[in-house]
Write a protein that binds this ligand. Structure first.
Ligand code: DGJ
Length: 753
């Protein structure tokens, strides 16, 4: 179904994969215009219906144009708009040339169709073979001849999306500065949209926010050197009637982990332009003659089946075309992490005891978090001193500890934070110029640390060497790769003044370089990325590491919102989710152990607590939870995930979602209610995406409850009941009435015919 056609008479491009169509046309002297993106269209297209030129007061015409007053770049829907040439809307490309010109006016030169998806040098990117993808490359040149742009459009078989990136080459004889180079720009000849985006903070990531698109410019961005806790590099334009289950929308994100900007402009004529790419704020790339700059890859999803439809496309993309290596599709082990159990206060004996208790209850992977190196008894020192195992705490070293944990029958995992350095560290004392910094300015600290200058190849080589030595020194099966601050005073002595505007971008490219080298050298290790929780949960990092610590907030109520928002883009097996102790360490809340379990079971599951300290009853509950999780893991990690009730809408008091196994035979539906209500209604949870004729038996019915209400709940247990798909979808299952805060239910159903 993959097809790219070029009608040379009409000068129209049509890309389709049977799911979507993308249509462009060359106007007049080679202006590349956007005509359509959306549901697949059959050939032949009637291109006359998409757009016509019309006079607009205030819109300038290019010089010498044969249709005075009708044609203007300011009203043409464009593919990759320049600047200072008659289009006053958001530019995709801005440059400053040696002769002082800041004019960018791009015209078509040529195009070709590529069977192999081109690699993006030094960047993570979606991968696809010559059988399941097709790429169109269009070359444009700036009219003064100093610059050439190649635009790439890739379609993937069966996926309702298009991938875009650009290469910008200096074709002149003098250096130039790139001031802005978007990955994606797309114009819609309409503006009746809502904007949906994900905002947050540390421990409060990815809240869903939706508002009508207003005239003017909306921006969602980060200048923090990472995707950020504050804003996800994601935006969706929704028709006003879009729900989780229906309606038409466009959603864009980046395969990128650094500064970004998504900008949406609604013009006076009710056109909408969406641009997405590296943030131009602070960005200034010095391009020598014949040098080329490659933008990160952008993903533009189209859905006419609402937000769940959009998420299915993103989830398939991540699973099948982004995460790599032997862990990409492997079932992930049940993990127990030492952080909230011990913080910096542990030794070999206590960790072995901690591990024994966890393994005894069924845990498969024991992770030693922060505090095992230098003299790191707090977060005030030692980052960078990875080669100095703290033998006060670990007298037989990492190997001794790892061997003991392996002897218990579990895997061993370790925390590292390779991108950072403590001012109080041997590394910083030896190499003070290895931290990012700007002459004449003292460095800001965040969590008592500085950021290493990953733009400097010498620093990157050191990190690769020292971390590789640690990973080779002991049998390590898992690594949690942390990053705990934003970038400030971004500058590097390794580059001349004219290149200081590149350092933030080079930092992210440096992260990719060290991750490529380290993950490539240790393919057996399961890597989980983390950045103070969810600062860097993006498609860029997922290319290197198949799971991410979703948030430092482990409270089951907060987690419902965080995981709900995160699931818009990312599938459950990418989301680290752990049961932690109560009162919760972030918000002080006490929630039932079972609610904590049900919520965490929707991610890469584990515990963030000392299981040995639980009461005998709770230990038995945890043993049962782990056993149940292992039984359901295939569906939870590999199945499809759908959202049913949003905690960001309505009363904002309830959440529901469901997992369906790959073969459709097992359903796991989870329902949560945050606060108890007086006179609570009985809530029907309606299932979706089932075969109406199929019949399903409830094989497990869990619920949180207070002892007072146990009697009622026992009577209401649905185990053994059989329902048709039609009934589950139309009437649903009425959730247990639990008159307590942080209530939850989980129904596991299996197909019986
Ligand atoms: C921040 C992470 O998000 C936590 O899980 C933990 O690993 C700490 N860093 C350790 O310093």
């Amino acid at each position: 179904m993959l097809n790219v056609t070029f009608d040379s008479a009409l000068r129209v491009f049509h890309l389709t994969n049977g799911a979507v169509s993308y249509v462009m046309r060359l106007y007049h002297e080679g202006y590349l215009a956007h005509l359509y993106y959306g549901k697949a269209l059959p050939e032949p297209l009637n291109v006359e219906s998409f757009f016509y030129e019309t006079e607009r007061e205030g819109a300038p015409q290019p010089h010498g144009h044969e249709f005075p007053r009708l044609f203007s770049l300011d009203t043409l829907p464009q593919e990759y708009p320049g600047v200072n040439a008659g289009d006053f809307r958001l530019p995709a490309l801005e440059a400053a040339f040696d002769n002082g010109s800041r004019c960018v006016d791009l015209r078509y030169v040529s195009h070709r169709v590529l069977k192999d998806k081109p690699a993006l040098t030094g960047l993570p990117a979606v991968f696809a073979g010559d059988r399941d993808s097709l790429t169109l490359e269009i070359t444009l040149k700036e009219v003064a001849g100093e610059l050439e742009v190649r635009l790439y459009y890739t379609l993937i078989e069966g996926l309702s999306l298009i991938l875009r990136h650009s290469e910008i080459r200096n074709t002149g004889s003098k250096p130039l500065y790139l001031n802005n180079a978007a990955s994606l720009s797309v114009d819609f000849l309409e503006a009746d949209f809502d904007i949906l985006s994900l905002y947050g903070a540390h421990a409060n990531e990815r809240n869903v926010e939706r508002q009508p698109l207003k005239h003017g410019i909306e921006e969602i961005s980060s200048t923090r050197g990472a995707t950020s806790h504050q804003h996800q590099n994601f935006v969706a334009l929704l028709r006003h009637d879009v729900t989780e289950f229906s309606g038409e929308l466009y959603a864009a994100t980046l395969v990128w982990s650094g500064n970004f900007k998504a900008a949406i402009e609604r013009s006076s004529f009710d056109n909408t332009r969406l641009t997405l790419g590296i943030n131009d704020k602070g960005f200034n790339w010095y391009l020598e003659p014949s040098e080329c700059f490659t933008t990160p890859e952008a993903v533009l999803v189209y859905s006419d089946t609402g937000l769940n439809g959009m998420s299915q496309t993103f989830h398939t993309l991540v699973r099948e075309h982004l995460t790599r290596g032997q862990w990409s599709h492997a079932l992930r082990p049940v993990l127990v992490n030492s952080w909230e159990a011990a913080y910096f206060n542990f030794n070999e004996e206590s960790i072995v005891r901690f591990a024994k208790d966890a393994v005894n209850l069924g845990a498969e992977l024991i992770v030693l978090d922060d505090g095992w190196f230098g003299k790191r008894d707090s977060d005030t020192c030692s980052l960078g001193d990875w080669d100095r195992i703290d033998t006060r705490k670990l007298p037989s070293g990492l190997k001794g500890l790892a061997d003991k944990i392996h002897a218990l029958g579990a895997k061993f995992g370790l925390w590292v934070e390779p991108e950072m350095v403590s001012p109080d560290s041997e590394l910083f004392r030896a190499h003070p110029d290895w931290a990012l910094g700007v002459q004449g300015h003292s460095r800001s600290q965040q969590r008592n640390q500085y950021v290493l200058d990953l733009s400097n190849p010498e620093v990157r080589d050191y990190i690769v060497r020292v971390i590789s030595a640690v990973l080779s020194s002991a049998p390590i099966d898992y690594v949690k790769w942390d990053m705990n601050r934003n970038l400030s005073e971004v500058g590097s002595p390794a580059f001349p003044a004219c290149r200081q505007g590149e350092i933030a971008t080079r930092y992210t490219l440096g992260v990719y370089d060290i991750m490529e080298r380290i993950t490539g050298a240790f393919p057996h290790i399961l890597f989980e990325s983390c950045a103070g929780g969810g600062r860097r949960f993006d498609l860029g990092l997922l290319y290197y590491m198949p799971q991410v610590w979703t948030s430092d907030n482990t409270d089951a109520l907060c987690r419902q919102r965080i995981q709900y928002g995160t699931s818009l883009i990312f599938p459950p097996q990418t989301m680290g989710a752990h049961v932690s102790a109560c009162p919760n360490h972030q918000v002080g809340r006490v929630t039932p152990l079972i609610t904590r379990f049900i919520c965490a079971a929707s991610g890469t599951f584990g515990y963030e607590m000392d299981l040995g300290r639980l009461s005998p009853e709770d230990k038995e509950e945890v043993r049962a939870q782990i056993a149940l999780y292992k039984e359901l893991r295939e569906t939870l990690q590999r199945g499809a995930f759908y959202r049913l009730i949003s905690p960001f809408e309505g009363t904002r008091n309830e959440t529901a979602w469901m997992h369906i196994s790959e073969d459709g035979a097992e359903l796991i539906t989870m329902y949560f209610k945050m606060q108890a209500e007086p006179a609570a209604r009985l809530r029907r949870v309606r299932f979706k995406y089932l075969e109406p004729q199929a019949r399903y038996e409830v094989v497990s019915h869990l619920h949180s409850s207070t002892p007072v209400h146990n009697i009622y709940l026992k009577e209401h247990n649905l185990k053994g009941q059989v329902f048709s798909g039609a009934q589950l979808m139309s009437a649903g299952i009425t959730a247990d009435r639990i008159d307590a805060d942080a209530a939850s239910c989980m129904w596991v159903l299996r197909r019986v015919d």
